[in-house]
Design a protein around this ligand. Structure first.
Ligand code: COA
Length: 321
């Protein structure tokens, strides 16, 4: 007998033991377990994130994480199920377990009223294409920041919880022009930042650093960024600017670089929306992101998305699941 159940207790422990080798991301085993628990304890995670297992004859065959999300698709907000960490117990691979798990998840999602499902494929996309997922182009690029003239005169401070509403507003504004963008609620934004900080805090000291910075005007955040530093490389995980030109974000990057004038500029990378290039920044070395984003409609009456161009999609790496 096969059933789809929440992955808890012994089932969860089995999944964590078996998946640790490929997804530990620099954490040791106890921290790997804590990282998941802590995400579930955030305001967003407690009500929008879970893990399900396909149990067959009393044993977990396959499992996955589910993210209860919304996206702006062609101008309308739609419920979207994010699927992550699809995993089959090594001794049971190649026998259709992952396929049965995904079919069960998708069927349940239809019943629950989801209109789209989305995932990031770490394997050849052909497997998910058989389940009617189509790839969405996403580009990663390198940002070269103009450093002449030293630090510009903008005040940059650490971001905090009171900045989140302004950040949600900036995200919604940026999403307006896109054909596909995540609907970034305040709790989702908090979850994304908390997840980065947890990952950094649970890992080895100094391995991953996270910065959440804002620049404000009239006591309100008008530009912000969340960046991580890993092995000397910076990643701009998400950012926003009320100024459509992005000039404040560019100035913030210049301020960050001016803190270490004696060092060579680090490599900075981002999944920057196509229309969002600060005047102080040149983007180079553009290539498809590592994990291919894929989406499919779930209901007959939901039209499949016509092919999308990368410039029609807004998706930050902090929203990767
Ligand atoms: C990918 C994975 C979930 C597939 O589970 P499974 O239960 O063996 O999958 P199914 O039996 O339903 O389907 C097998 C198909 O998966 C696809 N597949 C499995 N591993 C793959 C890989 N590394 N690259 C590309 N396709 C792969 C193939 O199309 C395969 O078909 P084949 O057996 O005819 O070659 C499993 O191999 C796994 O847990 N891998 C480690 C975790 C991982 O990479 N997960 C994917 C995250 S996106």
């Amino acid at each position: 007998m096969a059933e789809l159940v929440p992955a808890t207790g012994a089932h969860l422990l089995q999944i964590q033991h078996e998946s640790f080798a490929i997804w530990n991301d620099g954490l040791d085993f106890p921290q790997y377990g804590r990282f998941w628990e802590a995400q579930r304890r955030t305001a967003w995670g407690g009500s929008h994130l879970d893990r399900v297992a396909l149990v067959e004859d009393g044993t977990v065959t396959s499992s996955a994480k589910r993210y209860d999300l919304s996206a702006r698709v062609e101008g309308r907000i739609r419920r979207l199920l994010g699927i992550g960490a699809v995993f089959t117990s090594p001794s049971r691979r190649g026998r259709g377990g992952a396929r049965r798990l995904l079919e069960a998840i998708l069927e349940e999602a239809v019943t629950e009223g989801y209109e789209y499902a989305m995932l990031f494929s770490e394997i050849d996309t052909a497997f998910y294409e058989q389940l009617n997922f189509v790839p969405v182009p996403l580009l990663e690029s390198r940002l070269v920041v103009e450093r002449e003239g030293g630090a510009p005169a903008v005040l940059v401070r650490a971001g905090d919880d009171r900045d989140i509403p302004a950040i949600a507003e900036m995200s919604a504004k940026r999403a307006e022009g896109a054909r596909l963008a995540l609907d970034r609620t305040e709790d989702w934004i908090r979850y994304g930042i908390a997840k980065r900080r947890l990952h950094s805090g649970l890992g080895a000291a100094g391995l991953r650093e996270v910065e959440f910075l804002v620049t404000e005007e009239g006591h309100q955040a008008v530009a912000y960024l969340v960046s991580t530093i890993y092995h000397g490389q910076w990643f701009l995980e998400e950012a926003g600017d009320r100024d459509p030109s992005g000039a404040r974000l560019g100035a913030m990057l210049q301020v960050m670089l001016a803190r270490t004038p004696h060092l060579d500029a680090p490599e900075i990378r981002a999944w920057l929306p196509q229309g969002f290039v600060p005047p102080q920044v040149t983007r180079t070395d553009e290539h498809a992101t590592g994990g291919a984003m894929m989406i499919r409609p779930l209901r007959d009456r939901t039209l499949p998305l016509p092919p999308l161009d990368a410039h029609q999609v807004v998706y930050w790496r902090n929203d990767y699941f």
